[in-house]
Design a protein around this ligand. Structure first.
Ligand SMILES: C/C=C/C(=O)SCCNC(=O)CCNC(=O)[C@H](O)C(C)(C)COP(=O)(O)OP(=O)(O)OC[C@H]1O[C@@H](n2cnc3c(N)ncnc32)[C@H](O)[C@@H]1OP(=O)(O)O
Length: 259
């Protein structure tokens, strides 16, 4: 598959997707979003995929936001459509049936943080800086940043970060829960290793966990519990659950097939 602005490689069933516009700190222009969308559709069709790692080219930036040069002259209606389009691509990433990790190797600002928040986890290099600086441009976040950041860290901290537009260091981002880990070296390799560790469990059970938590958090408690019960029931239709329970009782290691 040919791309102009992203790199896509597969390592042992895990895709590594690199946003590749280092001269502009990997800003998300129209071409990047179009190619990101295509790449996610492609990854979804590949059987036995274990996970996805998203990172940015170069050592300075994950993604410094939407490409600001494309904002000039946009009408309100065009901007609204742009926002919906970006949101729909990031929702596809969030809904992938396997874990994804944003390997934040520098700036993750605006659309960059929004992209990172659509991943299951966020690992950051020590020099990472995250934030929603749109207010400094007279804008607000448009790729679901107001909503995902609020769900991630609570409305008070999300409001402070969105209203000030300030940059948050890697250490603070870890402390308040925007990132899950700071990785000193080999960020992408560590992200791949984490996905492999997760997927040593039953990949179906891993997917159902993700589904129950992500879909359940948008529902009233009773409905979310009903979703959990349904998915718990579906586990019992899998070979993996039979294998996992038998292996425990037979005091041996389970060999999961993802079926
Ligand atoms: C729906 C979503 C909305 C949004 O995401 S709105 C955008 C939100 N993001 C931002 O506002 C961040 C904009 N960028 C910056 O503030 C700065 O950059 C940094 C603090 C990240 C880094 O500053 P420094 O180290 O001084 O680098 P540099 O010279 O500013 O950047 C290198 C080149 O990258 C271009 N660039 C950086 N970010 C963007 C961007 N978001 N859109 C378009 N271009 C960008 C610059 O202009 C410049 O380019 P040249 O070398 O030609 O002067």
């Amino acid at each position: 598959m040919e791309f102009e602005t992203i790199l896509l490689e597969e390592r042992d069933g895990i895709f590594v997707l690199t946003i590749n516009r280092p001269k502009v700190l990997n800003a998300l222009n129209h071409t990047v979003l179009t190619e990101l969308d295509r790449a996610i559709d492609f990854i979804k069709t590949k059987e036995n995929t274990l996970g996805l790692v998203i990172t940015g080219a170069g050592e300075k930036s994950f993604v410094a936001g939407a490409d600001i040069s494309e904002f000039q002259g946009k009408t309100p209606e065009e901007a609204r459509k742009q926002s919906e389009w970006g949101q729909s691509i990031f929702k596809k990433i969030e809904d992938l049936p396997f874990p994804s990790i944003a390997a934040i190797n520098g700036f993750a600002l605006g659309g960059g943080l929004e992209l990172a928040m659509s991943c299951t986890f966020r690992y950051a290099s020590p020099n990472a800086k995250v934030g929603q600086p749109e207010v400094k441009l007279g804008l607000i976040p448009g790729y679901a940043g107001t909503q995902r950041l609020t769900r991630l860290i609570g409305h008070s901290k999300a409001m402070e970060i969105c209203m000030t537009g300030r940059m948050v260091s890697a250490e603070e981002a870890l402390k308040i829960g925007i990132v899950d880990r700071i990785v000193e070296e080999n960020l992408v390799d560590e992200a791949i290793k984490s996905i492999k560790d997760i997927q040593k469990n039953s990949p179906i059970a891993v997917y159902y966990c993700k589904k129950a938590i992500m879909e359940g958090k948008e529902m009233p408690f009773e409905k979310a519990c009903a979703l959990e019960s349904n998915l718990f029931g579906l586990c019992f239709a899998t070979e993996d659950a039979k294998e996992g329970v038998s292996a425990f009782l037979e005091k041996r290691e389970a060999k999961f097939k993802g079926k």
